[in-house]
Design a binder for this molecule. Structure first.
Ligand SMILES: [Zn+2]
Length: 222
């Protein structure tokens, strides 16, 4: 008599009831776990949110795969990296040192500090530079021709900020659109303080230079 007398002193009837209860509970748990994949994703996402930023970013990437276009829009650069209404373009896209556009495409931006319609060094030196897209920062100090340079890269877009006086972020840092990343300078191949601003976009698996004027480069960052 397997269940009679030994520990935990169950009768055969009680043992059968206990086994049925355990099997039943297991079946119920399995059903809940396999019931609805979208519910499980949401649940994992909530867990990830609760455990902090880096994990949250991974969770959001997971959702991007599921929801498609929505997240791609959020990764796109938008707005003026100087985020100031008195911004002046001192060299256009694809001309001068920005040619050919597929290699050197950029726009140069500076500030008109004395409201005469022209950029001036006094109004431009050390003004803050803002990331226009969310992404991970790569810093390069004292490079040529870009001087102190920042890339902000995500899966779809990277933006480049050249000739900076100083960095306001560290290498590998995750930044959001609008965050101050550095200060305008004249480092590298540059004759006066300005920001050289580039945008690159993944097309057919390659980084392609695109015109910042097509990405609201004179609009407020939002
Ligand atoms: Zn330039």
């Amino acid at each position: 008599m397997m269940f009679d007398g030994g520990w935990p002193n169950l009768s055969r009837g009680r043992a059968i009831v206990l086994i049925l209860a355990v099997v039943g509970l297991g079946w119920l748990l399995l059903r809940v776990n396999h019931a609805n994949p979208s519910q499980i994703s949401l649940w994992n996402g909530m867990l990830a949110n609760a455990s902090g930023g880096a994990v949250e970013a991974n969770a959001l990437k997971g959702f991007a795969v599921q929801t498609g276009q929505g997240m791609r829009g959020d990764l796109m650069p938008h707005g003026n990296p100087l985020n100031a209404p008195n911004t002046v373009m001192t060299q256009g896209y694809g001309v001068g040192s920005h040619a050919p556009a597929n290699v050197w495409g950029a726009i140069d931006l500076a500030l008109d500090g004395d409201s005469d319609g022209q950029a001036d060094p006094g109004g431009t030196w050390n003004r803050p530079v803002h990331a226009t897209n969310p992404g991970v920062v790569t810093l390069t100090s004292g490079s040529w021709p870009a001087g102190n340079h920042i890339w902000v890269a995500n899966d779809q877009y990277k933006t480049g900020y050249a000739h900076l006086q100083e960095f306001a972020v560290s290498d590998g840092q995750q930044v959001e659109r609008g965050q101050v990343i550095g200060y305008i300078g004249s480092t590298g191949q540059s004759t006066g303080p300005h920001l050289d601003y580039q945008i690159w976009h993944v097309q057919d698996g390659r980084w392609v230079n695109v015109n910042p004027l097509d990405f609201g480069a004179f609009e407020a960052i939002q």
